[in-house]
Design a protein around this ligand. Structure first.
Ligand code: GLY
Ligand code: MN
Ligand code: MN
Length: 429
């Protein structure tokens, strides 16, 4: 509770006389009347620790009595018998530290109390059209009353512009949870490498990896990708139904979610233990690209340097093989490498696998890395049999086709440089 309170304090110090509104995650239907497990919205969780649906959090630092207000599902014995205990308004105050709490069905009636003296509303549009419309309707009513009252919000600003920079720098307690998420994923990847063998199915590997997550109170951070043979050339291959053959590469991109925090690891290796000369060549280029990218992760460096380093290493490698031809600067500038490497080199990591946070801070300038930020470094080369070379570029000889390699680590920016959190899974050939 104290940790969440401190985060709200930090956010409120930026809100001034405004009011910020955050909504819990929507529920999602799996089929008919069965729902997916509920997972709280990461922004909402970060600020409140409250993990139930149908909730709204209001931060109103200018309000005389209630700076933090929660709207929650009321206690309801019959409903709780079916779908679990609810905190209700009393615990919203006692356990989650709300200055005031109301049943969610009183939102329309009570929200104006926290808007009519605010100078602006902070809210993030785009997650739920119905709720967006509700916020706009409240704002319109406030604007109508403005001439007679002389107070009220005259603008809406994106709440996340204030919140995401906070989420971007991980607190020690957050890093502990991320290290645990990493530990479980490392164990799973190391087991996967032992297990993989010709004749096994991709889903067998997936099952054993996810078993480790579940046995330790975790869960998959995202649908696990266990991609053998040319499936490795499909970036988000999640069917995991193929039977592996000797001579395949196996690309596994699987991470663990532990107490809301995520890891995200990719390794690629030979199913029978022995790579072909072509597989090895491509692997070594990706490994070198990944190392060059990691070398650019240090406090004070611009965010794009790691991607630029990975791209240059990949282009040089593919040019050496004759798979890209021409002038290196032109290939990079015109992105002629993109049929082989079509994604960026990483993303922020945290409560969300693709954690929010700044990449660019102006048209031509990139975010400067700061200690406490965690990002992935995950270059790859994908030579799909369906690959269409860029204009003026050669056709791909058969022997290269079907090779897909990605290597992904999770990297913490430190004062001295960086720490590769996921170093426990080998990546040297
Ligand atoms: N598995 C998602 C990612 O690597 O970004
Ligand atoms: Mn990944
Ligand atoms: Mn990733």
């Amino acid at each position: 509770m104290e940790q969440h309170r401190q985060r709200r304090e930090k956010l409120m110090s930026k809100i001034g006389s405004g009011t910020a509104i955050f909504r819990s995650a929507p529920t999602a239907v799996m089929h008919n009347d069965v729902e997916y497990n509920f997972r709280q919205d990461s922004d909402f969780f970060y600020l409140t620790g409250f993990d139930e649906p149908e909730a709204v959090a209001v931060l109103a630092p200018h309000h005389e009595e209630h700076q933090f207000v929660l709207f929650v599902r009321p206690k309801d014995l019959a409903k709780e018998t079916w779908s679990g205990l609810r905190s209700g308004v009393d615990l919203a105050k006692e356990k989650y530290g709300a200055d005031e709490a109301y049943p969610i069905n009183e939102l329309d009636e009570k929200l104006p109390l926290y808007l009519n003296k605010a100078d602006r509303i902070y809210y993030h549009f785009g997650r739920d059209r119905g709720f967006d419309a509700k916020i706009l309707a409240h704002w319109q009513r406030q604007l109508k009353q403005y001439p007679k009252r002389g107070t009220g919000p005259i603008a809406i600003e994106d709440a996340n512009m204030l919140l995401w920079p906070l989420r971007s720098i991980k607190e020690p307690e957050e890093l502990n949870l991320m290290r645990r998420a990493v530990e479980l994923a490392v164990e799973a990847h190391n087991l996967a490498r032992e297990m993989a063998a010709p004749g096994r199915y991709e889903y067998e590997i997936q099952a054993e990896m996810e078993r480790i997550f579940r046995l330790n109170g975790g869960s998959p951070a995202y649908p696990s990708i266990v991609a053998s043979g040319e499936n490795a050339c499909i970036l988000h291959y999640v069917e995991n139904t193929r039977q592996m053959q000797a001579g395949d590469l196996l690309l596994i991109d699987a991470g663990c979610c532990y107490n809301y925090y995520n890891s995200d690891i990719t390794r690629t290796f030979a199913v029978g233990g022995q790579m072909s000369a072509e597989q090895k060549t491509i692997y070594e280029i990706v490994l070198e690209a990944q190392k060059q990218a990691i070398a650019q992760v240090k406090s004070g460096n611009a965010y794009n340097l790691n991607h630029d380093a990975a791209v240059r290493t990949i282009v040089e490698g593919l040019m050496d093989l004759g798979l890209l031809q021409g002038d290196i600067e032109e290939i990079i500038k015109e992105e002629k490498y993109k049929p082989f490497y079509m994604h960026r080199t990483g993303h922020w990591l945290g409560l969300d696998v693709h954690d929010p946070g700044p990449y660019k801070i102006a048209e031509d300038s990139w975010h400067i890395l700061q200690p406490g930020q965690v990002l992935t470094i995950e270059p790859g080369i994908y030579i799909s049999p369906h690959l269409k070379p860029a204009e003026d570029q050669p056709e791909i000889p058969d022997r290269w086709q079907g090779i897909g390699v990605r290597i992904e680590d999770d990297v913490l920016v430190t004062v001295e440089g960086c720490e590769v959190l996921t170093a426990g899974v080998p990546k040297e050939l």
